[in-house]
Design a protein around this ligand. Sequence first.
Ligand code: COA
Ligand code: ZN
Length: 327
Amino acid sequence: MKAGNGARLFINEVATRDGFQMESRFIPTDDKIALIDRLSALGYAKIEVTSFTSAKAIPALRDGEEVMQRIARRPGVVYTALVPNLRGAERALESRVDEFNIVMSTSETHNLANLRMTREQSFAQLAGVVALAKQAGVPVNVSLSCVFGCPMEGEVPLSAVLGWIDRFAALEVQGITLCDTTGMAFPTQVQAISEAVLARWPALAFTAHFHNTRGMGLANTVAAVEAGIRRLDMSLGGIGGCPYAPGATGNVATEDVAHMLQCMGYDTGMDLGGLIAAAAQLESLVQHELSGQVSRAGHRLTRHAPPADFNDIAERAHARPAHKENA
Ligand code: COA
Ligand code: ZN
């Protein structure tokens, strides 16, 4: 039976933000733009184009304005960017983003390491960003880091996670992304947290964001979707990671997740063949092997030729009686 039953899922690509921020090679601006233009045709609901962070903190994305301005925007695709503070929001607004993806961590230690602010200082900045967005008519999504655990603090209490969502809900943001920044989430935890937030804030658009650090990314995706989450962040080729979160590795790979969800009967809207071809281009850009698996193995029904001596094997087998007589 097909579990998905045709349910529509909304796929967000984060390779050009979460992915490129972690690459040691600076991806040339023209190549970033060409990749985004190619991805735009593949069925995504949203593409996180870049981030408007400090060039000292994230040198890989120092060309955010140029990329945002030069991509060809396809109607129906939301082009978003990560915004950590007011300066970032002003830059994002000038670049005419479709959405602010504002960011803070549910862990005090990770927030200080990543954003150099306490969580209260971040929230105060971000409340100003939300006010600016309202004036400008730009929707706001909040990416909450370390929802499923912090690589420095360990468990993050559910009460803290719910408390921060409550405060952003009071600011009337449109969406919340539950980020598993360093792959600490596990399926039953994902199910419990997803069910809790969906029941409590039915009007908020929730997204799940998994890193595959411990190989649980696909299982966590199934848990989130079965709990009712309909929006998912993922990264082509499985690149990605936060440079200020110890041990962080890539996101779940878009081609792997899309393939799995399509097999399960969900409607992802994604062009799997196009994703596999785009992953090959990405691999040449980042100049290292990608962790995504379906881009190498292909669709599960990819058919391979039998062994070279197959006809001989078959002939010999057919020449023998079907059943060995009992002696
Ligand atoms: N865009 C560009 N420049 C910015 C900026 C922004 N959004 N915010 C601050 N700056 C600049 C300031 O103008 C200042 O420049 P100067 O040194 O030339 O005067 C410098 O950065 C320091 O500013 P300050 O406000 O003191 O920032 P900070 O050093 O405390 O850093 C952040 C705070 C949030 C800007 C920085 O930590 C950051 O960009 N973090 C993002 C981390 C990230 O993206 N992680 C991965 C994704 S989760
Ligand atoms: Zn991430």
